[in-house]
Each structure stands twice: as structure tokens, then as C-alpha cells.
Ligand binder design. Structure first.
Ligand code: GTP
Ligand code: MN
Ligand code: MN
Length: 607
């Protein structure tokens, strides 16, 4: 093979042969003008940010230090589930919930897309580590990208650069393996061609080859599609690794709850996108004496410790949070985190004094530039910020960050919560009978589509463990992995599983539960259940508190509302059964028989 001379290709700060080989292979295919090896330094970050400002991608904010506003192409605003593929050798291994194409066919198609796709651009080599760098077995990756926006965002969201690259060698000097993550905007520049602020391609592929621990992403610059350490690695690829190695990669926040007696409990919770993970992770308690600290708001990796308990680690180093709805009342700790700066805001509104604004934030401006770069006033029909606009901010700035967030051993989980948006049927909180029943609750998790997403508003879809778009293999096998995880453990040490619903509505369509900071009342009940201190009522679906079994002191909401959101209505639940049957039929023959048994038992209990 004759070596092609691409500036920078040969100035690698490593001799790791697999890294060098793969970087060369991709550079020769995509033919960038130069290769830059990312070290993660402040000087480098300044250079990248300046480049983004010069290109018109970033607008520096006056209102926050070292922070930037970005507006995407109007077609490139969210994850593209219909363009997301799990390319396992066998179609059955991708299962009924994923798009699949044979790896050979996908590679042939995408190789042609990648050919010359970085022409006129720089290819950045980003070494990164998901989870603490001090882990004995760090989870490493390299992202190759032609997007400066991706470099700037990966710097916030992951541990990256030289510190990560050092970990590519084990203590004995041997080369460690890593996840290969290739990203191209698919927007090559011809000589003299002017760039656009948000380059991307109408053709998009977000592709995973789980058997090779390989990710190929093409055509999108949006976070979930382009920051490959996040959903692609830490959920889709990691869930497949976890199945092979006996651990769990989940779409869960991790929080620390401290009681008035200073007892510490760790809770993990899975809710679908835009259903309250980031809010709960940073909860400000309304019950005197109870406090929350944050460890993660989106992803948890969980494995058993030597004491037999399940320990969780957050693989990320930043928050990529939904902006609209975030304000000083709903999530003051998120506001305090972004106030400190060093953040990227994408598809929010830019105010005339150079700060950011979005729907439901305090101090609505009388004029702003919308995410579409149009004039916006409070009278405008369109929102100022896109409903899926995001802030990207370092976790280290969170004022209630738990000091143990960077502990490679993780934290021992006492309770796992599942939850979604349901206007009817599902009570405020429900305790599973045991792990298998809890797995059934997770596997049948349901949530209503919000106005922000395509489809009929209020339509219920199953989103198992809030992982529907993120399971990197067959969903039936994934449920079996959950069942096996429970069987492999000492049942007395397993987290207790609960199902919550902050979104039940009254007949007037009003949400009944005050939510946000008041959710600590539910967390308190959960902890007291674990401690054997709180009472509950047995119902066909699990253990549910009555209103007087919850601490409602100081809450001035009408008691009828609270009672209504705790109700378990047998007729509503009987109506749920055919929906669960339909879902289980879709999963097909790899559905664990124990989950069919759970469904039968539920039917029996409902009579
Ligand atoms: P991803 O980051 O996309 O995975 O979603 P997430 O689960 O982190 O969602 P997030 O916390 O950003 O939730 C956003 C939406 O849920 C906003 O519309 C919030 O106002 C709403 N929300 C969050 N918590 C509550 C609550 O306790 N009650 C009510 N009524 N709404 C809530
Ligand atoms: Mn998420
Ligand atoms: Mn979130």
C-alpha cells in the first residue's frame, strides 16, 4: 500500500498500532485536507471555538463566560430513529425493535458515502473514555470526525484528549482495545467553495456493528447522532457488551438521596426522552432534612460489586439536557450549572443582549433571534427555541454534584425506578413484588407521545426500560438478560424496583401531581419501603401507597387530586392487557417465558 501524504496523519501522539492503522484507513477513504490529534488542552479548545465562531456555527454569548449559541440546519434537530441501524450478522440478533441491514451490505453502501466525504475539511482524532479514567478496565473509544462542533461537545460530554489516550496502554505496556466511532458530516468542500454554518447531508445513517464494537455515523451533526460516546457507544454498543460480560447499560439517571439522619441511598431511574430524568437527577427537595445530590442524568452502567450489590457508574462527564421547560423553579440546579459558563446551547433563542432564552424560562425577552435565525417576539406563532433544543454543560459545574461521581467502583443502588407519561391508569408510584415482576414492569413501560414528536398526541407506545431506541440487540434477549441478572444475585441485595408516573391527569386534563421538587415525597416513601418503615396496600399491579401513607406535610394541593393519582382502577388495567399482549407478540419467540408468566399472573389478579 502506498502511503498517501495527508498533513498531520503521521504526527500521532501514540504508537498504538490499532489506532494508527484505523486512523490511516479512514483518512485514506475520506481524504480530509489534514488530520488533527486532539489533546483536550485549553489552548486547543480556544482554537476550535474560534474556528467555529469564524465559520458562523458558534456565536459567543455575552451573558455567560466561555459559552456559545449554535443553530442547526432546520432538518437536523434530533435523533433519527428511522435511519438508525443495528447491523449484527444475523437479523434475529437485532430483533423486532431495531432497523437491520447485513453488515456487508451496509458497509458497502456507507463506504461509498464516506469516500472523499471529508475533502476540504479537517479530520479530528478524539481519544475518549466513557466512565472514570481511573477504572482498572477503562472503556475507551476513538471518534474520528470532520466536525469542530463535535470536538467542542465531546470535550464537555466525555473525558477525552491526552488523559484518555494514556489509557490506551495497560500497565504491562500492552495495547488496550477500543470502540471505533467514525463520524462524517457528509459535506465535503470543493476548492474555493464557501462553507455553511451547519454542514450536514440529507442522507443520514447512524449505524452500529455490535459484534465489531464499531460505529459509523454519516450525515448529521446533531448530538445524539454525532457525539458517538453517548447513545451509540454508552447505550447501543455498551448494552451488547454488557450482555456478553454480565452487566447492564441503561438509559437511567443516578441520584443520591440523603435522609435527615444522614443516611445515604442511591437511586437509578429510567424514563423515556423528555420525561423527567434530568429534572429528577437534580431535584431540590421540599421536605426539610432530605437532600439530593447528582451523579448522572441520562446513562447508568451497572455491575455487581464484590459485596453482591449492584453498583452504578455514569459514563458521561457532561449534561446534554432538554432546554425548554428548564427554569429557576423546575430545575434551579441545572440553571446554576449553566450560569457558570463553558457551555454550548443548540437551537435555543439568542437574546439581543447576547444571552440564551427558551420557552418557560423566566424573563421572556420582548425580542430575540429564534433557533431558525428569524426575528422572534412573544407574539410570534412559532416557538423561539426548538422543542428539542439542548444545553451541553460540564457536570463538574453542578452545585449538587456528589463527590463520588468519578469513583470507578460506582455507587450501590438501592432502588430502580421506571416511569413514563400516562394520563390515565398508571398510579403515582407502585412497588414491584420482586425482581422478575419489576422486570415485567420495565419491559411493559409505556409512555404517551408528546406534542413535540411525530404521531398522535397521547398515543401510548411501549418503551421498554426507556431503551426502545437504544437496545443494541434483540429486545427479547435484553429482557432475558434482565431476568438472568436478577437470578445471578442474592435477592436480598438486589435493588427494589418501582414504577412511577408524574403525569396522571384529572377529568379536566390537568396534571394531578405537582411534580418536580415534590417528587421527593415519593422518593422518601420508596426509601422507607426499603427500610421496612412505610406501609403500602397490595393491589393487582403491586404495592401502592394510600394518600395517608405518603408524607404530604406542607403540600397544599387538594387531597382528592393525590388520591386520584394513587388510584388503581381494575377496568383501566383490564383494558391495558391487550396492549401488553400485542407488545409481547411483537417481541416474538425470544420473549422470556417468565414475562408471559407475569402477564398471566397479572390477569389472574385482575380477575
Ligand atoms: P432526555 O434527556 O431526552 O433523555 O430526557 P429527560 O428524561 O432527561 O427529560 P427532562 O428531565 O429534560 O424532561 C423534560 C420534560 O419533562 C419537561 O417538559 C419537563 O417540564 C417535564 N417534567 C420533568 N419532571 C416533571 C414532573 O415531575 N412533573 C411534570 N408535570 N413534568 C415534568
Ligand atoms: Mn436520553
Ligand atoms: Mn435529560
Amino acid at each position: 500500500m502506498t502511503a498517501v501524504a495527508i498533513p498531520g496523519l503521521d504526527s500521532a501522539p501514540t504508537t498504538h498500532s490499532q489506532v494508527l492503522e484505523w486512523v490511516r484507513e479512514v483518512a485514506e477513504l475520506t481524504t480530509p485536507d489534514r488530520v488533527v490529534w486532539i489533546d483536550g488542552s485549553d489552548e486547543e479548545s480556544e482554537r476550535i471555538n474560534k474556528k467555529l465562531v469564524d465559520a458562523g456555527t458558534f456565536v459567543p454569548l455575552e451573558g455567560k463566560p466561555n459559552s456559545y449559541w449554535a443553530a442547526s440546519d432546520s432538518s437536523d434537530v434530533a435523533r433519527v430513529e428511522e435511519r438508525t441501524f443495528i447491523c449484527s450478522q444475523s437479523e434475529a440478533d437485532a430483533g423486532p425493535t431495531n432497523n437491520w441491514m447485513h453488515p456487508d451490505q451496509m458497509k458497502a453502501t456507507m463506504t461509498e458515502l464516506y469516500r472523499g466525504s471529508m475533502r476540504g475539511r479537517t479530520m479530528y482524532v478524539i481519544p475518549f473514555c466513557m466512565g472514570p479514567l481511573s477504572d482498572d478496565n477503562p472503556k475507551l473509544g476513538i471518534e474520528l470526525t470532520d466536525s469542530e462542533y463535535v470536538v467542542a461537545s465531546m470535550r464537555i460530554m466525555t473525558r477525552m484528549g491526552s488523559a484518555a489516550l494514556e489509557k490506551f496502554y495497560a500497565d504491562d505496556g500492552s495495547e488496550r482495545g477500543f470502540v471505533r466511532a467514525l463520524h462524517s458530516l457528509g459535506a465535503p468542500l470543493e476548492p474555493g467553495q464557501a462553507d455553511v454554518p451547519w454542514p450536514c447531508n440529507d442522507t443520514k445513517y447512524i449505524t452500529h456493528f455490535p459484534e465489531e464494537r464499531l460505529i459509523w455515523s454519516f450525515g448529521s451533526g446533531y448530538g445524539g447522532n454525532a457525539l458517538l460516546g453517548k447513545k451509540c457507544f454508552s447505550l447501543r454498543i455498551a448494552s451488547a457488551i454488557g450482555r456478553d460480560e454480565g452487566w447492564l447499560a441503561e438509559h437511567m439517571l443516578i441520584l443520591k438521596l440523603i435522609s435527615p439522619e444522614n443516611k445515604v441511598y442511591y437511586i437509578a431511574a429510567a424514563f423515556p426522552s423528555a420525561c423527567g430524568k434530568t429534572n429528577l437527577a437534580m431535584l431540590e427537595s421540599t421536605i426539610p432534612g432530605w437532600r439530593v445530590e447528582t451523579l448522572g442524568d441520562d446513562i447508568a452502567w451497572m455491575r455487581f460489586g464484590s459485596d453482591g450489590r449492584l453498583y452504578a457508574v455514569n459514563p458521561e462527564a457532561g449534561f446534554f439536557g432538554v432546554a425548554p421547560g428548564t427554569n429557576w423553579k423546575t430545575n434551579p440546579n441545572a440553571m446554576r450549572t449553566i450560569e457558570k459558563g463553558n457551555s454550548v446551547f443548540t437551537n435555543v433563542a439568542l437574546t439581543d443582549d447576547g444571552d440564551v432564552w427558551w420557552e418557560e424560562m423566566e424573563n421572556m425577552p420582548s425580542h430575540a433571534t429564534s433557533w431558525k435565525k428569524q426575528d422572534w417576539t412573544p407574539d410570534s406563532e412559532e416557538p423561539a427555541a426548538h422543542p428539542n433544543s439542548r444545553y451541553c454543560t460540564p457536570m463538574s459545574q453542578c452545585p449538587i454534584l456528589a463527590p463520588e461521581w468519578d469513583d470507578p467502583n460506582g455507587v450501590p443502588i438501592s432502588a430502580i425506578l421506571f416511569g413514563g407519561r400516562r394520563a390515565t391508569t398508571v398510579p403515582l408510584v407502585n412497588e414491584a413484588r420482586d425482581w422478575q415482576h419489576g422486570t415485567f414492569l420495565g419491559a411493559t413501560l409505556s409512555s404517551e407521545k408528546t406534542a413535540a414528536a411525530a404521531g398522535k398526541v397521547g398515543e401510548v407506545r411501549r418503551d421498554p426500560m426507556a431503551m426502545l431506541p437504544f437496545i443494541g440487540y434483540n429486545a427479547g434477549d435484553y429482557f432475558q438478560h434482565w431476568i438472568d441478572t436478577g437470578k445471578s444475585a442474592d435477592a436480598t441485595k438486589l435493588p427494589k424496583i418501582f414504577y412511577v408516573n408524574w403525569f396522571r391527569r384529572g377529568e379536566d386534563r390537568r396534571i394531578l401531581w405537582p411534580g418536580f421538587g415534590e417528587n421527593c415525597r415519593v422518593l422518601k416513601w420508596i426509601i422507607e419501603r426499603i427500610e421496612g418503615k412505610a406501609a403500602a396496600t397490595e393491589t393487582p399491579i403491586g404495592w401502592v401507597p394510600s394518600a395517608d401513607q405518603l408524607d404530604l406535610s406542607g403540600l397544599d394541593d387538594p387531597i382528592e387530586d393525590i388520591e386520584a393519582c394513587l388510584e388503581v382502577d381494575r377496568d383501566e388495567w383490564r383494558a391495558e392487557i391487550p396492549l401488553i399482549e400485542e407488545w409481547f407478540d411483537k417481541i416474538g419467540d425470544r420473549l422470556p417465558t417468565s414475562l408471559r408468566d407475569e402477564l398471566e399472573a397479572l390477569k389472574q389478579r385482575l380477575g
